[in-house]
Design a protein around this ligand. Structure first.
Ligand SMILES: [Zn+2]
Length: 391
């Protein structure tokens, strides 16, 4: 079986003889006389494309043999194969980008690449440095892109194991009879079986997106070529939309954002203070209208947070026991100023389970949440009766 992608990663269309077909779970593993379909390996995902016009499901390698996973059995001995080159070229851009980025991390900061992920979702390398500063990242990014502008040639060739020591390899190759080297014109030499672009200019651009700490190393996320362009376009759209929304130029956006969040913080505090004042008036009205020091009230338009504030206001004004309910949030609270002998938390704990409620509290205040309003109202009734008996 000849691997056509080794010599020409740009070959997208060819004919091959079917060597073998094995059926497994309704799918067919097809082996061919020659193939340009890249199987998954070395961090690079497998190719997609068609055999005789029918879409391939996967391409895998096992024991040195490439299996083309096909939904049906090929109908002829000679088949026509086509690689989905848009997907492949994306892999070539990201993979070659990874080589030069890894080389620059190594050359500038002795950061070794311990793993490489190339997925549809993201592309990343793990660099053996626990800490990478913003300055270092920018330096690596600039240097890598400078190599791309120089459009350095990417060469591939096979060497024998005894020739390994003659090359300044970044990492040692696995033991094998022959080793495939990917060289970026005198700058980087890596043992690799993947597919790469002919010269660095085809990568277009490399942009580092973010980093995160990972097992004592640093995971560096980046985008190359078309992915970087799409990312730039998406981010440009976001910036333009924010500029319109805040009527600020790109340069003013950060300052405008900071000013707005400071203003929001001030306004929130003002609203909170006003609300407290308003609830203070409401507390006085409720007390004035009540004939006993047990105050029971149910609200369908107040949040539980407001009810908590209201109960605080009432008990601060005298020796009151309050039972306040928010049917809106399906919550209830029992509170007093501390002069009553009722232990709110204990009372809740004793009866909540029977009414499918969840909650608890201390001696002066307890609260609970109910799955439905019917249980909430039944619990409220029980509380009123129990508290009345103890007053
Ligand atoms: Zn490679």
């Amino acid at each position: 079986m000849t691997r056509l992608y080794y010599d020409n990663p740009y070959l997208t269309s060819w004919e091959a003889e079917v060597i073998d077909v094995v059926e497994k779970e309704g799918k067919f593993a097809v082996t061919l006389s020659q193939t340009a379909f890249y199987p998954e390996g070395g961090g690079q995902p497998s190719d997609r494309g068609t055999i005789d016009g029918i879409q391939l499901l996967d391409v895998i390698e096992d024991g040195g043999i490439i299996y083309h996973i096909h939904p049906s059995k090929p109908q002829s001995q000679t088949v026509r194969c086509e690689v989905d080159f848009q997907r492949r070229f994306d892999h070539m851009q990201q993979h070659t980008g990874q080589h030069i980025l890894s080389a620059v991390f190594y050359n500038l900061y002795s950061g070794e690449t311990s793993s490489f992920h190339l997925g549809e979702d993201y592309v990343s390398i793990d660099i053996s440095l626990p800490e990478i500063s913003d300055y270092m990242l920018r330096k690596v990014e600039d240097t890598t892109n400078d190599y791309i502008y120089k459009n350095l040639k990417v060469k591939t060739y096979i060497i024998k194991p005894d020739e390994v020591s003659k090359l300044p390899l970044r990492k040692l190759p696995p033991v094998a009879d022959s080793i495939r080297i990917v060289e970026i014109d005198g700058v980087d030499y890596s043992p690799c079986c993947g597919t790469h672009v002919r010269s660095l200019g085809e990568i277009g651009i490399i942009k580092i997106i973010k980093t995160e700490k990972y097992k004592g190393a640093t995971r560096v996320y980046f985008k190359c070529g078309k992915r970087a362009l799409l990312d730039y376009q998406a981010k440009q759209d976001i910036v333009a939309s924010l500029s319109r929304q805040f009527t600020a130029s790109e340069g003013e956006l950060i300052h405008r954002g900071e000013a707005l969040s400071a203003e929001l913080k001030n306004l929130s505090k003002e609203v909170r203070d006003l609300k407290e004042k308003l609830l203070g008036y409401e507390a006085k009205e409720i007390i004035a209208a009540s004939s006993s020091n047990l105050i029971v009230k149910s609200f369908d338009d107040k949040s539980f947070e407001d009810i908590q504030l209201l109960s605080k206001q009432i008990v601060s004004l005298g020796d009151y026991v309050v039972i306040l309910t928010s049917t809106f949030d399906r919550k209830i609270l029992l509170a007093h100023s501390g002069k009553s002998s009722i232990h709110c938390g204990k009372l809740f704990k004793e009866h909540l389970l029977k009414y499918n409620g969840r909650g608890g509290g201390g001696d002066r205040m307890a609260q609970a949440l109910f799955a439905d309003v019917k249980d909430l109202k039944s619990f409220e009734k029980l509380l009123v009766e129990t508290v009345k008996a103890q007053l």
